[in-house]
Design a protein around this ligand. Structure first.
Ligand code: PGA
Length: 252
């Protein structure tokens, strides 16, 4: 079970230090779930240090370049991310795809670079509202998965975590119904198994909040969540994690 926080272009180093201090007090160490943070690149090292005593917490970057080094102003290679303490990398987030024009092909190169650099990729896929209304959700998700994972070894597929994030649900307050999300998750899971994964992990993202986490996690197809807005304050993020853990992990 994974709770992933995508801080996007928010939270600088001193705020991250304050956040981490309050968060570790509010959320005790627990071995049956992991908490992942994706701070901005300039906040990564501070966040890694702030959580260094917590084996249940991992940190990563929000994007990488696929090249190992070179003249790519503003970009971050996998090796630079790793040297700053990242063990994870978000790849193909819908904001990279739709606001920054990242193609399926570029997403694929990034996934490969992340795996070859020894980090865990969290690959994001998801359809736009227009694609959903045309009935193309499954086809779009499958195309994005295939383009991102084509040619990878089964061992690399096994190390890849996927987040299903319908674009129309991100930051909008609208979420897929838990049943809709579960249907797409089942398709993603089946594809990953076909390509060599044994126990694929598939997260859901898009306006996940403390008040909908319980109904979402009632769907056992969801192995966790990727959260933007509700991960930005210690209060909402710790409450979301606590409710999610209780919903799924507490014996009934
Ligand atoms: P949101 O963002 O939770 O604010 O909808 C999710 C994401 O972009 O990963």
């Amino acid at each position: 079970m994974i709770f992933a926080a995508n801080w996007k272009m928010n939270i600088g180093p001193s705020e991250a230090r304050r956040f981490a201090k309050a968060f570790v007090e509010a959320v005790p160490l627990q071995s049956r779930r992991e908490i992942w943070f994706f701070p901005s690149a300039v906040t990564l090292t501070t966040t890694v240090k702030a959580f260094r005593d917590r084996p249940d917490i991992r940190c990563g970057v929000q994007d990488v370049h696929w090249a190992p080094d070179g003249a790519f102003t503003g970009a971050i290679s996998v090796a630079l991310a790793a040297a700053s303490g990242a063990t994870l990398a978000l790849v193909g987030h819908s904001e990279r795809r739709h606001l920054f024009g990242e193609s399926d092909d570029e997403t694929g190169k990034k996934v490969r670079a992340v795996l070859e650099g020894g980090l865990t990729p969290l690959l994001c896929v998801g359809e736009t509202l227009e694609e959903r209304e045309r009935g193309d959700t499954m086809a779009v998700v499958l195309r994005q998965l295939e383009m991102a994972l084509a040619g990878l070894e089964p061992e690399q597929i096994r190390r890849t975590v996927v987040a299903y994030e319908p674009v129309w649900a991100i930051g909008t307050g609208r979420t897929a119904t838990p049943e809709d999300a579960a249907r797409v998750h089942a398709l993603i899971r089946a594809s990953l198994v076909d390509w060599g994964a044994t126990t694929p992990k598939v997260l859901y993202g898009g306006s996940v909040k403390p008040d909908n986490i319980v109904s979402l996690l009632a769907q056992h197809e969801l192995d966790g969540v990727l959260v933007g807005g509700a991960s930005l304050t210690t209060a909402t993020w710790s409450s979301l994690v606590a409710k999610g853990v209780e919903a799924r992990l507490t014996p009934q």
